[in-house]
Ligand binder design. Structure first.
Ligand code: PLP
Length: 327
């Protein structure tokens, strides 16, 4: 908790404190739901918090990371603020819009391999070869503390929150928020939500140890990738602090992207709306006020337009049928 408080002071003015707004979907869901709008961050995703906190503590000429897109953009942004060199390693699964967002921040992009795991190997190689400091996307104390500042903001705005519904990939976000929120309010329920194909943290928690997963294309592209078989921090923290993990299908994510666009008038990535997908699918029973984090807005625009227009979407080998939005 003291690391999270220190992170809050360190990132002030560099990563934004974001709005917490009532969800228009609350009535339909029959529960008071609040949306933490991390998609309003200058880089379009919450990852700026952890990246700024970590990059602020770097001593050296530059940084390197692997990323499914949003962490790379955040590290590039944070490095540019400090005048440091940034190198970002990405797999072929990263959407072009995210690659361009990273280059626009002045970072060097290395396309390496077919999965986040392969991009990770390249990042570690470059760190050693070029004397760069590696900033991991989730399994790092500074990154987790930075993401935890969301938990501080949530509970200082609404101490009555009973549950937090958190998109879950490598678990830096969920671990940080859970650390802070449970320090303030031990009884609060923390629910992680992932897609039902290739959810590395969910599979690790079920197995009782980190496991290898095959990465597949998903509407929730930000949630892809392994957690690292040597995971040191985000896995044990999630194992200790998450009360529940829920999985949602691609069709449920598709419907949630539509619902968030039409009802909330927000552009949100698939990885952002998995909490809402779980609620709309009736997979979560809530009693009191709850919040979910809308984690990012860096959609692939062509795919996003297909979703909100109810058209079919191709995800690797999976052909997802079009679904018309019911108002
Ligand atoms: C990274 C990311 C997540 C998941 O965060 P983890 O710390 O890896 O669990 C969720 N949503 C978006 C948009 C992301 O970029």
């Amino acid at each position: 908790m003291s690391d999270v408080m220190a992170a809050a002071a360190r990132i002030r003015g560099l990563a934004d404190a974001t709005p917490l707004v009532p969800a228009a979907l609350s009535d339909r869901l029959g529960v008071e739901l609040l949306l933490k709008l991390e998609l309003c961050q200058p880089t379009g995703a919450f990852k700026l918090r952890g990246a700024v906190n970590a990059v602020a503590q770097v001593e050296g000429p530059g940084v390197v990371c692997c990323s499914t897109g949003n962490h790379g953009r955040a590290v590039a942004f944070a490095a540019r603020q400090r005048g440091l060199r940034a190198v970002v390693c990405l797999s072929e699964l990263v959407p072009q819009a995210k690659v361009e967002g990273i280059r626009a921040q002045g970072a060097e992009v290395h396309l390496a391999g077919r999965s986040q795991d392969e991009a990770q190997v390249e990042a570690t190689r470059l760190a050693e070869a070029e004397g760069l400091i590696e900033i991991p996307p989730f399994d790092n104390a500074h990154v987790i503390a930075g993401q935890g500042t969301i938990g501080l903001e949530l509970l200082s705005a609404r101490p009555d929150l009973e549950a937090l519904i958190i998109p879950l990939s490598g678990g830096g976000l969920a671990a940080g928020i859970a650390l802070a929120a449970k320090a303030i309010k031990p009884g609060i329920r923390i629910i992680g939500v992932s897609m039902d194909r290739g959810a590395a943290m969910a599979e690790a928690l079920a197995a009782g140890h980190p496991v290898y997963v095959t990465e597949v294309a998903s509407l929730a592209d930000s949630l892809g990738g392994g957690i690292g078989l040597q995971n040191a921090l985000s896995y044990p923290l999630c194992a200790a602090l998450l009360d529940e993990v829920v999985l949602v299908s691609e069709a449920e994510i598709y419907r949630a992207m539509q619902a968030v666009f039409h009802a909330e008038r927000l552009v949100a990535e698939g990885g952002s709306v998995v909490g809402i997908a779980a609620l709309l699918a009736g997979k979560l029973k809530l009693t009191g006020p709850a919040a979910t984090v809308l984690t990012g807005r860096n959609v692939d625009m062509a795919q996003f337009k297909r979703v909100i227009n109810g058209e079919p979407v191709t995800l690797g080998a999976l052909e997802l049928e079009g679904q018309h939005h019911e108002p």
